[in-house]
Design a protein. Structure first.
Length: 374
């Protein structure tokens, strides 16, 4: 435990009564006295405040400006980086030679520079990857700023009161705005399926900003437990569970993130690791597919549960990668991989739980419709 890193808000979490757990090498709050279910529902009804300072923040610059950065990044990812408009961000993923996903992350264009936010568990791998491959670019980890996420239907009103201009942003916009808490780097995005923001703030001002947000009756602190159930209801992947180095974007049902310009026949088709695997899959499909699953009854089917095509077959056809009870949908929910012939909505498969085969129906994702401000 003594080797765990801490975020700048660690003392505030403890003051608020958080239960702390190790996560991605950090001492992080899993829940507060309100409890996971109430935290989840509060975020859906009003607004939740999350500490995501463990994630990696990176600024990339180059003598040739954004065009040079984009060209270098497109050699690492299958998405359209060059076509990203100023003040906008996009979901991206690093791929490997076999088409697997090495990490998923967000890229944002800020004028002639790029701002990147990577997963905490992968930042020690992602930073050298970018530094080594993006020759000519300056890849700098930002180590003096915290990262907060304010999520929920009341997030806009709460943040606008403190940071005029925040309300004018739309989903996937980014902005740098002044405030009483220093210069804030904002993105209108998040991991919950709710409207909201991610806020990069100087370490020295982070606690003051967090306290100011929590002073609003609409805002409650939310830990990793509810963060996980919220993102699962939203049908979003957790790296290391639902996607990994052995999973292609097409298998993961993330083909939507690969724009036409990078696909076969596109102006900048291919040129990224694993293109020879991923591009044909985009046309012909993959042998397996990530799907949503609705188990019968009230008990969730958890990660690692093997899946079968029927009640008696000996060979598993897939496995569950994430599973929990969904407080908003009032039902169990799971995501996992099945063979493509069983991936259509309405198909019934069977999860083996404590030696029993229990039915689960393939359903469309997300489990809970998103509420982003378009």
């Amino acid at each position: 435990m003594s080797d765990l890193k801490t975020t700048v808000l660690n003392a505030l979490h403890r003051e608020l009564g958080a239960k702390m757990v190790p996560f991605a090498g950090y001492d992080m709050p899993v829940q507060y006295p309100m409890g996971v279910m109430k935290e989840h529902l509060h975020c859906r009804a009003q607004a939740g405040l999350f500490d995501v300072s463990h994630m990696g923040q990176v600024v990339i610059t180059a003598p040739g400006g954004y065009a040079e950065i984009a060209a270098a990044m497109e050699a690492l990812v299958p998405v359209d980086v060059a076509g990203l408009a100023d003040g906008r961000q996009r979901y991206a993923m690093f791929t490997n030679a076999v088409g697997g996903i090495e990490d998923d992350f967000m890229i944002a264009r800020r004028g002639e520079e790029m701002f990147v936010v990577v997963n905490a568990s992968r930042k020690d791998v992602d930073l050298p990857r970018m530094t080594d491959a993006m020759t000519g670019c300056d890849v700098r980890e930002v180590t003096d700023r915290a990262l907060l996420a304010l999520q929920g239907p009341d997030a806009e009103a709460v943040l606008e009161a403190l940071v005029p201009g925040a309300a004018a942003m739309r989903f996937m916009d980014i902005a740098v705005l002044p405030s009483d808490y220093g210069e804030l780097w904002l993105s209108r995005s998040g991991y919950t399926g709710e409207d909201g923001y991610e806020i990069s703030v100087e370490d020295s001002r982070a606690e003051d900003l967090a306290r100011a947000l929590l002073a609003h009756d609409a805002v409650a602190p939310v830990g990793l437990g509810a963060r996980d159930s919220l993102r699962l209801e939203a049908g979003l992947c957790l790296y290391g569970n639902d996607i990994d180095a052995g999973t292609t974007p097409v298998e993961a049902n993330l083909g939507w993130a690969i724009q036409k310009v990078r696909r076969s026949g596109g102006k900048r088709a291919g040129g990224f690791p694993g293109a020879d695997v991923i591009l044909p899959q985009l046309v012909s499909g993959a042998e397996r597919r990530r799907v949503g699953l609705s188990p019968e009854g009230r008990a969730p089917m958890r990660a690692g549960t093997p899946l079968f095509a029927d009640e008696t077959g000996d060979t598993a056809i897939g496995t569950i990668t994430s599973g929990a009870f969904g407080p908003s949908i009032e039902a169990p929910m799971s995501m996992g991989y099945v063979t493509s012939d069983l991936a259509a909505s309405g198909t019934v498969v069977y999860g083996e739980v404590r030696g029993k085969r229990l039915p689960a129906t393939v359903v469309a994702l997300p489990f809970k419709a998103a509420n982003f401000k378009r």
